[in-house]
Design a protein around this ligand. Sequence first.
Ligand code: ADP
Ligand code: MG
Length: 333
Amino acid sequence: MELPQKVKDKHPVFTDISELPGVGPATAEKLKEIGYSTIEALATATISELEAAGIGEKKAAELINLARESIEISWVTAKELASIKSNIGRLTTGSKALDALVGGGLETQSITEFFGEFGSGKSQICHQLAVNVQLPPEKGGLDGSALYIDTENTFRIERIEQMAKHLGLDFDRVSERIIFSEAYNSDHQMLLLDKADKIIKENNVKLIIIDSLTAHFRSEYAGREMLPERQQKLNKHMHKLLRLARAFNAVAVVTNQVMARPDEFFAPTAVSPVGGHIVGHTSHTRLFIRKTAGKNVRIVRLISSPYLPEGEVLIKITTNGVEDVEESDKERR
Ligand code: ADP
Ligand code: MG
């Protein structure tokens, strides 16, 4: 985010942790260990997080403030706010109908959650977004790369190739701009995100994907007595994601597999997202995706958004990727 000149004049602007006064190699190393290797991320830290890493309270507060002053202004006029908001980018899903449902594409600086049953198309959408983010803004992209955390081993480079070719993009180049990692368990998944700030900055990452957000948590924290711990960890993970999305003006996308409740099988709301309320509250936009009788066609329903009405649209998942449903497809359903 570009700072107004008057702010630059008032405060020294730091661009690297090591430039901060009082940060020697030892403190820099401590900060890095707890996941703060960039100014952008440090600006989102809390004093207690730094204290836990052995940095005194006073120094922690100072460092966080300096980082904040370097990247943002706390108080702004409504006019300035409008200009900061105009920084919010939009990422196309590949379907004009779905883009319109969410107000013109997925928003940067917030989290979008796709939830639905197995095979509903959540991972397909993630693949498509990882390609689309590389497009220039006039084509609905963000001219950036994608950070892809795969927890279920469902990432397929062949799908990226098909989608890239369909968009007329060079597959080699596209695959270079998807930074991929597989999370082996929930702790590893959290660690990957905690250490992601440097990679995000260095690679101009504009999309962070966690597919799936909840699978590891669900299998490792089974049973009622584990629920509070699971929710607490998920909550922390989601907040870290949100802070990264804000600090780097990136889109954050998570997936969440839901099980239909057999007793209310046909009601579209009769599903239980794994994270329950925690995931629900931190995800700003929640989209429920489900299959239809038409084999390629999916229904995507906007369940909750901070400012948009509920609604639903049809999309198609084909070899080309995510597409709009044409009139002829609708008749065949
Ligand atoms: P989820 O992640 O929600 O469990 P996926 O995103 O893996 O589900 O979706 C799998 C579905 O995507 C398949 O059942 C199929 O309908 C569709 N799909 C996957 N690959 C292709 C392809 N190459 N061409 C057309 N459709 C595909
Ligand atoms: Mg999947």
